[in-house]
Write a protein that binds this ligand. Structure first.
Ligand code: SF4
Length: 512
């Protein structure tokens, strides 16, 4: 058995050569430990492609570290001595090596970090320097504020990173945010770039075989597995996006189209979240593309805001508010998640498209998640824990620190407005404006309370009516309630009745 002075754990979302806990590494004395464990693969029923990505990328990273001369102990899922959990493996390898210290970079999941802390092992924690804003710095920024605003945090991050700033510290283009220019609908017959493709090597093929056997009951297909597994391939995906996607990304980042699962989106979030890409490099490449004149300011600013604004902000909120944050349920929702979220079998074309591509690719872009599947869950009063679990399970890039605030806070408004100042609720009109889904739908988007009226319409008004006590006082909801109040009572009643009928169908386990 190898002896070691220290054991340095590398988790499946920590595959970065500059990981903080690797910096004190003594290659002769210390042992790097990487483990595939059932507990992390099954605490929710993760999409098989997500499990395959993490295991394969871990195995490739272990090889790369060995190539650099490091001592790596890699425990595969089917190792007969595998204890099945991270704390169990830490305990086992501390005993086997006689290590005095265990070094770990902060986890991305409160549950896992707490379970390691509860183990009583001699762990030295390292701040995750891959993020721009540490947990402590965020807590300091948030201290004393009654309500947090992402926009102000984002400006701080722009100043800190010096991205898209003039010499005098003012924002390039005279404004911090050009989001209003990023909401264009896709012109008819627009063709998105053909997605970059990756060839599965022996390591990935072995992992795919393992995952297909061991996780056969998890929802989602392994058939279209097409993700980068190494830093080199992740760079290739990134450069493919810079060359072919970025110019269209800004204008059409909110657009949706049938049978176009990726459009101009980069698809790099999974690679970034597991450590195959570096946040600072991505931002400086996008800034360079702007200065070179190859992309507009709205595309560059919008992309950078997602990374140093929203992404860092939700992580800060997560660590500031956990574990209580996960219990948020301001609307008191208790409806189970409809079965069609796991199968895509619904007549609503927008939902079928968004869920179908999620099952096929473990991917949907932010507007599909927020304004289609998320919007439906909000309007239908789905229990926050159930929809949060679905997002965490189904998406390739979903880790608790990023999934929970986005779903519970932004999608479900279940935190009472801590993360977002109003719920992102919308009728079918929004989906119709931003997509071509409605043309091929069994329902009529322009109808509200007839038998084949778009379900989003009645559910939207039903949502406003049933939660008026909470939402009427919200200034940003004023226009919506004005429109409701102007509506003839007979129409309000028809919408309420159709909403009741649709919710009763969900309660009976019926799809529509
Ligand atoms: Fe979705 Fe309604 Fe449009 Fe159908 S009509 S695609 S349900 S928004």
């Amino acid at each position: 058995m190898p002896s070691a002075h220290r054991v340095l754990l590398i988790l499946g979302d920590q595959l970065s050569f500059d990981l903080a806990s690797l910096q004190p590494l003594d290659p002769q004395q210390d042992l790097l430990l990487m483990v595939e464990v059932m507990e992390e693969a099954t605490h929710v029923a993760h999409h098989p492609q997500k499990i395959a990505l993490i295991f394969s990328a871990m195995r490739h990273f272990a090889e790369a570290l060995r190539g650099k001369g490091y001592r790596v102990q890699y425990v595969t899922l089917d190792d007969p001595d595998n204890s099945g959990s991270i704390p169990g493996e830490l305990q086992r390898w501390q005993t086997l090596t006689g290590a005095d210290e265990i070094h770990i970079t902060e986890c991305g999941d409160w549950r896992l970090e707490q379970s390691i802390k509860d183990s009583g092992l001699p762990v030295h924690w390292h701040s995750d320097s891959r993020f721009l804003c540490s947990r402590e710095a965020f807590a300091e920024w948030a201290s004393g504020k009654k309500q947090l605003r992402m926009e102000f945090f984002y400006r701080e991050m722009r100043r800190k990173s010096r991205l898209l700033l003039n010499g005098d510290g003012t924002p390039v283009g005279g404004a911090w945010n050009f989001d209003a220019e990023n909401r264009k609908a896709l012109p008819k017959h627009t063709k998105a770039p053909y997605p970059a493709r990756f060839v599965n090597d022996d390591i990935t093929r072995q992992v795919l075989t393992l995952v297909s056997k061991r996780f056969a009951t998890h929802y989602g297909s392994l058939d279209d597995f097409n993700y980068p597994m190494t830093h080199t391939d992740a760079q290739a995906l990134w450069h493919y996006f810079l060359d072919y996607g970025l110019a269209g990304f800004g204008d059409y980042q909110d657009a949706m189209a049938s049978d176009e699962p990726f459009l101009f989106h980069a698809r790099i979030s999974a690679a970034l979240n597991i450590g195959l890409l570096d946040l600072r490099q991505l931002c400086s490449d996008v800034e360079a593309a702007y200065w070179s004149g190859s992309i507009g300011l709205n595309a560059a600013e919008g992309f950078i805001r997602q990374l140093i604004g929203w992404r860092e902000y939700v992580r800060g909120v997560y660590w500031l508010k956990m574990p209580d944050y996960a219990e948020g349920n301001v609307f008191g929702n208790s409806r189970p998640l409809p079965e069609f979220y796991w199968t895509g079998q619904t007549q609503m074309n927008c939902m079928r498209q968004a869920i179908g591509q999620s099952l096929q690719h473990a991917y949907a872009h932010h507007i599909q998640r927020l304004m289609v599947t998320g919007n439906f869950a909000l309007l239908a009063g789905i229990a926050p824990k159930e929809i949060c679990e679905w997002y965490l399970a189904i998406y390739m890039d979903a880790f608790d620190w990023v999934e929970l605030p986005n779903t519970l806070g932004m999608v479900m408004h279940a935190d009472g407005g801590y993360l977002g100042s109003k719920p992102y609720c919308a009728s079918g009109q929004y989906i119709n404006r931003m997509s071509d889904y409605c043309g091929d739908c069994a329902y009529k988007v322009k109808e509200t309370s007839t038998d084949n009226a778009c379900p989003f319409n009645a559910l939207y008004w039903h949502f406003l009516m049933r939660h008026g006590d909470i939402l009427r006082g919200n200034q940003r909801m004023g226009m919506m309630y004005k429109n409701l109040d102007r509506m003839p009572l007979a129409k309000q009643d028809a919408l309420w009745q159709r909403g009741q009928m649709l919710l009763a169908k969900l309660d009976n386990g019926e799809a529509f």
